[in-house]
Design a protein around this ligand. Structure first.
Ligand SMILES: NC(=O)c1ccc[n+]([C@@H]2O[C@H](COP(=O)([O-])OP(=O)(O)OC[C@H]3O[C@@H](n4cnc5c(N)ncnc54)[C@H](O)[C@@H]3O)[C@@H](O)[C@H]2O)c1
Ligand SMILES: O=C(O)C(=O)C[C@@H](O)[C@H](O)[C@H](O)COP(=O)(O)O
Ligand SMILES: [Zn+2]
Length: 357
C-alpha cells in the first residue's frame, strides 16, 4: 500500500494499492465515527459489482447508500438535485460525511454535492476506474450543462482518496482505454521517457499486472505537483487540460456519455499536437489506432459544429480561443489561436487520419 500526500490548502492523503478500501474504516475512524450519518453516493453499476467490499469496510458506521445512474448521466442537474433531496429526506446535517463510490462521473457529482450541501460537508473519494487517478485528485467538482462540459462546479478538495486497485479488474475494455488517455496526458506534459514507455503498449489491457499501479502513481504525482502549485487554476494548472478543449467540445456535441471522456481527450490531444506542429503526432496516432481509439469519428464532425463549444471552454476568453500546446514533451504552454488557424489544423488532422485508416 502506498500513501501520497497532496499539499493543497486542505492537505490529504491518496491511499493506493490492492485492498486499500479495507483500511478505510481504520484510517478514517475518527472522521466516520464523529459523523451523524455516513452517506455513500454510488454509481449504480459499481454498487452492483463492488458494494459488499465497501460495506465490509464501513460496517461500524451504518452507511446509507444513494445510487445514481452509471456514468455521465450522473453529472446532470437532475441527479444533483436528487442527491440533495436524498440527504434532506434522510435528515442529514452539516455533520454528515459523503463517500463518492465510482469513477470520475460520480466523483465529480458527489464532490459538488458535498461542497454545496449546507455549504459544505467532508467527502472521501473511493474511485473505481483508471481514469479516476486523475479525477479523484485535485478537487475539481462539476456537473455538465447542455452548452458545455463541467460548466457548473467548485474547487473542493476531498478529505481523503482511497484508491483500491482491486476494483479496476472489472473495467470493460473501453474504460481501460479511456483511463489510459489521462495517464498519457500526464506523460505528455511531464516526461518523454515515460511517454515512450506508454506509447509502446499496443494492447493496453496487458497493463494489468504489468506496472499499471506504477503508472497510476506517476500520474497522480504529476497531477498533485501541479495542483499544489496552482490549486485554483490561475496558471500552470491549465496544462492539465491538454487535449480537453476539443475533447470537451466533442463530448458536448455528441451528447454526454456517447463517447468516453478519455476517448474524446485522445482526439483532443491529437488536435493539440497538430496545432503544436509536434513531431509526436504520427506515433501518437499509430498508438491510438492500435488501441482502437475512435479516431475516425473526427471525420463525421464538422469544425463549425465544434467551434461554439470550444469558444465557451473555461480557458477561452470572450475574445480568444486559448489552447494548451506542447513546445516538446514535458514543455506545455498556453497559446491563443485564431479561428482560421484552428480550422486549418482541424482540416489537416482529418486528412492525416483519413489517409492512415
Ligand atoms: N475532476 C477532475 O479533475 C476530472 C479529471 C478527469 C475526468 N473527470 C471527469 O470524470 C468523468 C469520467 O470518469 P470515468 O472515466 O471514471 O467514467 P465514469 O465515472 O463515467 O465511469 C465509466 C463507466 O465505468 C463504470 N465503472 C466504474 N467503475 C467500474 C468498475 N470498477 N468496474 C466496472 N465498471 C465500472 C461506470 O458504471 C461507468 O459506466 C468525466 O465526467 C470527466 O469529465 C474529472
Ligand atoms: O484537474 C484539472 O485541472 C484538469 O484539467 C483535469 C482534467 O483531466 C479534467 O477532465 C477536468 O475535469 C477538466 O476540467 P475543466 O476545468 O476543463 O472542466
Ligand atoms: Zn480529463
Amino acid at each position: 500500500m502506498r500513501e501520497l500526500r497532496v499539499e493543497t490548502e486542505h492537505p490529504y492523503i491518496v491511499h493506493i494499492g490492492r485492498g486499500a478500501v479495507g483500511l478505510l474504516g481504520q484510517h478514517y475512524r475518527d472522521l466516520l465515527a464523529a459523523a451523524d450519518q455516513v452517506v455513500v453516493i454510488a454509481d449504480s453499476r459499481v454498487a452492483e459489482l463492488h458494494l459488499p467490499q465497501l460495506f465490509e469496510a464501513l460496517a461500524d458506521f451504518q452507511p446509507k447508500v444513494f445510487r445514481v445512474p452509471a456514468g455521465e448521466e450522473a453529472k446532470s442537474a437532475e441527479t444533483f438535485m436528487d442527491c440533495h433531496s436524498f440527504l434532506l429526506t434522510e435528515n442529514c446535517s452539516r455533520n454528515t460525511v459523503i463517500l463518492a463510490f465510482g469513477g470520475g462521473a460520480v466523483g465529480d457529482l458527489a464532490g459538488f454535492v458535498a461542497s454545496t450541501f449546507m455549504r459544505g460537508v467532508p467527502f472521501v473519494q473511493v474511485p473505481t476506474t483508471i481514469l479516476a487517478h486523475d479525477s479523484a485528485v485535485g478537487g475539481k467538482t462539476a456537473i455538465n450543462h447542455p452548452l458545455g462540459k463541467n460548466m457548473i462546479g467548485t474547487f473542493y478538495q476531498p478529505h481523503a482518496v482511497v484508491y483500491d486497485a482491486d476494483f479496476l479488474q472489472t473495467l470493460p475494455e473501453n474504460e481501460i482505454r479511456s483511463g489510459m488517455a489521462e495517464v498519457i496526458k500526464h506523460a505528455f506534459i511531464s516526461n518523454e521517457g515515460w511517454l515512450d514507455e506508454l506509447l509502446a503498449y499496443e494492447d493496453l489491457s496487458k497493463m494489468f499486472g504489468q506496472g499499471l499501479e506504477g503508472h497510476l502513481e506517476k500520474g497522480i504525482a504529476v497531477k498533485s505537483a501541479i495542483v499544489e502549485e496552482d490549486e485554483f487554476e490561475g496558471g500552470v494548472r491549465k496544462f492539465l487540460n491538454f487535449g480537453h478543449t476539443l475533447g470537451h467540445a466533442i463530448e458536448a456535441h455528441l451528447g454526454y456519455g456517447k463517447l468516453t471522456h478519455g476517448e474524446a481527450v485522445v482526439l483532443g490531444m491529437a488536435y493539440a499536437l497538430e496545432l503544436s506542429e509536434s513531431p509526436q503526432l504520427p506515433r501518437f496516432l499509430n498508438w491510438a489506432k492500435a488501441n482502437r481509439y475512435p479516431l475516425m469519428l473526427l471525420l463525421d464532425m464538422p469544425f463549425d459544429e465544434l467551434l461554439p463549444y470550444m469558444k465557451k471552454d473555461k480557458k477561452s476568453t470572450a475574445a480568444a480561443l486559448n489552447f494548451v500546446l506542447l513546445e516538446a514533451v514535458g514543455q506545455p504552454f498556453m497559446e491563443t489561436i485564431t479561428e482560421q488557424r484552428a480550422q486549418a489544423a482541424y482540416g489537416k488532422l482529418r486528412k492525416t487520419i483519413k489517409e492512415m485508416i
